[in-house]
Design a protein around this ligand. Sequence first.
Ligand code: C6P
Length: 421
Amino acid sequence: MSAAGARAEVVTPAPVGFDVARLRHEFPILRSHVNGHPLVYLDNAATAQKPRSVVEAEADFTLLGNANVHRGVHTLSQRATQAYDDARATLARFINAPDPAELIFTAGTTASLNLVAQSHGRTVLTPGDEILLTEMEHHSNIVPWQLLAGQVGAVVRAIPVTDAGALDLAAAARLIGPRTRIVAVAHVSNVLGTVNPVAELAGLAHAAGAVVVVDGAQAVPHLPVDVQALGADFYVASGHKMYGPTGVGFLWGRRALLEAMPPWLGGGGMIQQVSFDGTTYAPVPARFEAGTPPISQAIGMAAAARWLQALPWAEVEAHERDLLDYATALVSRVPGVRVVGTAPGKVSVLSFVLDGIHPHDVGTVLDTRGVAVRASHHCAQPLMRRLKTPGTVRASFAVYNTRAEAEALAEGLHEVRKVFG
Ligand code: C6P
């Protein structure tokens, strides 16, 4: 795999300051083979692989500590409750939230965004109000707002993206106005890798009296996140993209906003008193966690946060930057490649199209060589329209990827070129 030199031309050792080979031992799947080739997993933006410590944290709880939370007087239930609440505190620290009670466990980013739309949005919006998105949003940060807009008579608008894939901040300043109530933006684009200027947007939004909802799904695995420094009002993410389990995510919100929000889902665990004359609700966060929550998954996600926090971040960022630059240089040399998304400071994602070849065909040939990429519209069809392409090929990198894997990608693309001419 590493003898890629002839085609890829550049085979230079990475300036790695930490031991990637050792780190890879924590991910048994990375030693597997696919279609007779060593797996080259470059679909991390879809879901990241999980280190042993995360899987073990979840398994230990399930095998040795399993009980429901916030419901039992028995010892096992109290221990489970403690572990679940500890997970909340860990995640709150992970994003520098001022108070763990502001962090709500959900099923993931999509569920979190729907919760904000249906609870906060439905309460504050009136007909003619505006919800401002960006052209680079994932469908999860578009459709919930469209549903809401239809329900309350609001208008959805989008901040344009430049040809390089950066947010047009000047246009944002023009679009944010007295009717803007909500500005919802991806911290990092899942297609372009663009890191959006959230703090600047928050400044503009707050000056207009709007709140800022940040979709952090693609940011938390790659950037240290500080919700206070960002000036966010809500910040959401998924466990499975940050090396944690599926089926869990979080919504962080400012306490005053959360406290003003009505429940969205009703059920056990979110009430104070229930009677047929009326029901009163628990304070946050319980008010938004109806039913048995994803307990083992929350514990696994907290283990993932601890795992991430234990990494040497300066070195991780240098490694991921090097990988992205290296892969971009190699892939750009393949005849007919056009890289999509070249915003300065972008992270972790390399999207491209190959002239005359459908992305699905590229992905299929790469798969025969064990290289896993995503080839589609990436749940961002408005962005595809803006980019005038039905889809892209997307290689997305994680901390455990190597230069040799970038070379395998580039070699595979030369092969695609040979197959399709
Ligand atoms: N993007 C991708 O391959 P969920 O499915 O709820 O965990 O996350 C949804 C989501 C929201 N926002 C962004 C920026 C995302 O990237 C995603 C998930 C995956 O790009 C699967 S479509």
